[in-house]
Design a protein around this ligand. Structure first.
Ligand SMILES: Nc1ncnc2c1ncn2[C@@H]1O[C@H](COP(=O)(O)OP(=O)(O)OP(=O)(O)O)[C@@H](O)[C@H]1O
Ligand SMILES: [Mg+2]
Length: 174
């Protein structure tokens, strides 16, 4: 359920998107889930690369479009990165270990691209990052909290001046 907390920032380069993402890293805890929304090429994987760098991952973070799930265990906490674009049936979510990662008991943080394909299988509590391309090719990045933990996470992240997130009035981003 939406609880009306939305922050926004524009970035004009992928480096700026990664910088913004890296500022989220210190506040993440095991069990956190970040759902990434946006068209093909919007910058969802770039965002995950930025958080992974902030968590100290040295491995190269690549798109999981073909693997569905890629995991990185060398940073401050394990990262599970899903891309559900190529899945057709929600039953396939069991096969790829999706529910183990989003049930809140995971020992790491989970990122999900294209989770909106399966609206009935969304986590209970998650931070949504929605990325849209503006007319000049820059990106508008909206962060919206669903649930108590996501709200707490968004509040502390937005309080960090390095994130340069701006509060948006009016609540829901949809
Ligand atoms: N401000 C920006 N923020 C993020 N990416 C940007 C920006 N400007 C340009 N780009 C470029 O847009 C592309 C984003 O690619 P990325 O793989 O992150 O998209 P995606 O949303 O994960 O797409 P897909 O749904 O195909 O997985 C990259 O080539 C990146 O360099
Ligand atoms: Mg991607």
């Amino acid at each position: 359920m939406a609880n009306g907390l939305t922050y926004i920032r524009s970035t004009s380069t992928s480096e700026a998107t990664k910088q913004l993402a890296s500022t989220l890293a210190p506040y993440l805890r095991p069990g956190d889930v970040i759902m990434l929304e946006g068209d093909l090429g919007a910058g969802k994987t770039q965002f995950v690369q930025g958080v992974a760098a902030g968590l100290g991952t040295r491995a190269q973070v690549t798109s999981p479009t073909f693997n569905i799930l890629l995991q990185y265990v060398d940073g401050r906490m394990p990262i599970s990165h899903f891309d559900l674009y190529r899945l057709d049936e929600s039953d396939q979510l069991y096969d790829v270990g999706y529910f183990e990662c989003i049930d809140g008991d995971s020992d790491g943080v989970t990122f999900v691209e294209w989770g909106g394909k399966f609206p009935n299988d969304m986590p209970c509590d998650y931070l949504e990052i929605a990325i849209t391309v503006d007319s000049e090719g820059g990106r508008k990045i909206r962060a919206h909290a669903y649930g108590v933990r996501a709200r707490q996470l968004l509040c502390v992240w937005a309080n960090d001046s390095k994130s340069r997130l701006m509060k948006m009035s009016g609540g829901s981003i949809r």
